[in-house]
Each structure stands twice: as structure tokens, then as C-alpha cells.
Write a protein of this length. Structure first.
Length: 301
């Protein structure tokens, strides 16, 4: 097959691994920088232009769109979809996953367990908002933060009030969330491909830190997940409409709680801690599922 990888940097671990797996499995592969794509969106025949040439027709596209370029990146992916190219994850599903508020609303609508979470705009209601999610300590998150940046633990009600008011003063959109203390600075990353959890790792925050992100110095280890955690991860990916997802789960006293669903999960941590060939599994998923003009949403919704 002819496969495009939408990625800004071909030297990233995940991109490299995907390129290699495509080659190993006998496919043609090309890395396409989404920011260098341009297109005539009114043309009757959708096509993508790139540095003066028209990109060839691909059979499948693997989107690896960074959080900082979600807007343009998903527009480019939508163009691929309109050309009938099979996307590993659809543009609509990626946009959903990138918006924490929207994802939480979708997950809760379908009964996926989550920490108590609130959202408000009016600073006058901050005290009630804090009460609503069970009081301090609590976690405050910027809606479009990533890699742990923009996630704050407020240990007291007073600290929570001032941080929330400060963010609101800056017109930043935030979520206020119950702090799951019993998780002990750890979370479980479940890697979902299709309707299987193919790998799972536990990430542990370093001493004195509650955020387990590997970018914040967390360490990763192989973990065995429970049937309830497996079922939760699969349901979360399904609700978001993602074929490939990294579902982050907190182990709480009341069972698995989904914190976040990532649409471009990094491969390095999970491949190294589980010794599994996730890149090959993604390419194999494409081989089994890629059909032209199969995007369910056609960019809508
Ligand atoms: P990001 O998108 O920046 O990774 P997350 O929501 O995943 O934001 O939060 C970053 C980390 O902070 C998580 O991996 C987890 O270790 C910790 N964390 C987030 N929310 C909570 C919570 N409600 N209770 C306990 N720990 C949390
Ligand atoms: Mg996270």
C-alpha cells in the first residue's frame, strides 16, 4: 500500500518506528509535514499540494498531529479524508480528543468512569464550583494543555480559589477536578488498537510530583491491567471514535477512572517498557481495515 505519515518531524521516535514498520511490511511510505500542505478547498476534485507538486493518492494516512497544530493539522487530515484516503484516526475524533471538556462530556454521557469534574466561566461561582467537585485538594487543568503543563494541584481551598481566579482572569478555559490521592502519583496508559488493548504501562511520578507524565520525569513500567480497566479503556476509545488511542486511567478506590484519551499516543515509552512492536500493530491494523472512502463522519460532527 501507499501510506502517508502526517508528521512535522521524521526524526521523532514514533515517526521513525512507523516508517520502518511500513517498509518492513512491504509498503511505500512518505512523511508529509501537515504545515507544508496547502489546498484549494473549493476545487471540485479535492487534492493536496506540497512544495509545488500535487501529492499522489495514498491508500492510508497515519496522523501524528501535535497538540500545537491541531487546527491546521486536522484540516489537512480532513482533506485526505475527502480524497478517500483511509485515516488511522479520523479528523473529527482527533478534534474531540484534543478538547478536554468535550471529551469529558462525551465520556460521561456514555457512562465511562471519571474523576468528579467541573467547568465554569464566571469567577463569582468559584466557591460553589470547588464544593461541587468535593473541595480541596483538587486539580485544575487548562483545557488544551498537554504533557502535564497546565495541570496544577491546589492543596487547600484558598489555593484553589486563587489559582482558579487567576486562570479566569487570564481568560483561560479550565477544568476543576477531584484529586485522586490514592492513585499515588501513578496512572495506567492503555494502548488501544482497533478493539484491543495491545499494551499497558504504569507511569509513576518522581518523588514530590503528582503528575506521572514521562515529560515531567515520570518512569514507566510494564503493568498487568484488570478486566475492568481493559473494558474501560476500550469503551473510552470507542466513545471518542478513535481506532488508535492512549487511554490514561487512574486507579481509584471506586475503580478505574479515565483521565484523558490521547489520539497520537507516543510509542517510545510504551514500546520500551512493554517490549512490544506497537508500530507494526498499527500498520497491521491499516492492512486489515483500510478501504477507500470509509471515513464515517466525512468531517462532520
Ligand atoms: P496532560 O494532558 O497535560 O497530560 P493530564 O490530565 O493527563 O494532563 O494530567 C497530567 C498528570 O497529572 C496525569 O498523568 C496524572 O498523573 C496527574 N493527574 C491528572 N489529573 C489527576 C487527578 N484528578 N487526580 C490525580 N492525579 C491527576
Ligand atoms: Mg496526560
Amino acid at each position: 500500500m501507499n501510506i502517508a505519515i502526517l508528521s512535522r518531524n521524521r526524526n521523532l521516535y514514533s515517526t521513525q518506528r512507523l516508517i520502518q514498520s511500513c517498509i518492513d511490511r512491504g509498503h511505500e511510505v512518505r512523511v508529509v509535514d501537515p504545515l507544508r500542505c496547502y489546498m484549494n478547498i473549493t476545487s471540485e476534485k479535492p487534492e493536496l499540494h506540497y512544495g509545488g507538486e500535487i501529492l499522489p493518492q495514498f491508500d492510508a494516512v497515519i496522523p501524528r498531529i501535535g497538540a500545537s497544530i491541531t487546527f491546521y493539522g486536522t484540516a489537512v487530515l480532513r482533506q485526505f479524508e475527502m480524497m478517500g484516503v483511509f485515516p488511522v484516526n479520523e479528523s473529527v475524533a482527533i478534534s474531540r480528543a484534543r478538547d478536554k471538556l468535550r471529551s469529558h462530556q462525551l465520556l460521561s454521557r456514555d457512562g465511562v468512569g471519571m474523576p468528579q469534574t467541573g467547568f465554569a466561566n464566571y469567577p463569582g461561582d468559584v466557591q460553589d464550583l470547588i464544593k461541587m467537585v468535593g473541595g480541596a485538594p483538587l486539580v485544575i487543568k487548562l483545557l488544551e494543555g498537554t504533557q502535564g503543563i497546565g495541570v496544577v494541584l491546589a492543596e487547600t481551598r484558598k489555593a484553589a480559589e486563587s489559582v482558579i481566579e487567576a486562570f479566569m482572569g487570564l481568560k483561560a478555559n479550565i477544568l476543576v477536578q477531584e484529586f485522586i490521592k490514592e492513585a499515588g502519583g501513578a496512572d495506567i496508559r492503555c494502548l488501544v488498537i482497533g478493539n484491543r488493548v495491545v499494551a499497558a504501562m504504569q507511569r509513576q511520578a518522581p518523588e514530590g510530583e503528582f503528575r506521572s507524565n514521562l515529560h515531567r520525569g515520570g518512569s514507566a513500567n510494564l503493568v498487568k491491567i484488570t478486566p475492568a480497566e481493559r473494558a474501560t479503556a476500550l469503551k473510552a476509545a470507542k466513545v471518542m471514535g478513535l481506532n488508535v488511542a492512549g487511554v490514561d486511567i487512574l486507579r481509584s478506590g471506586r475503580g478505574p477512572l479515565v483521565m484523558e484519551v490521547n489520539s497520537s499516543p507516543g510509542l517510545e515509552g510504551i514500546e520500551k517498557s512493554t517490549e512490544k512492536d506497537i508500530a507494526a500493530m498499527i500498520v497491521s491494523f491499516i492492512e486489515k481495515n483500510a478501504k477507500p472512502h470509509s471515513t464515517r463522519t466525512k468531517g462532520r460532527g
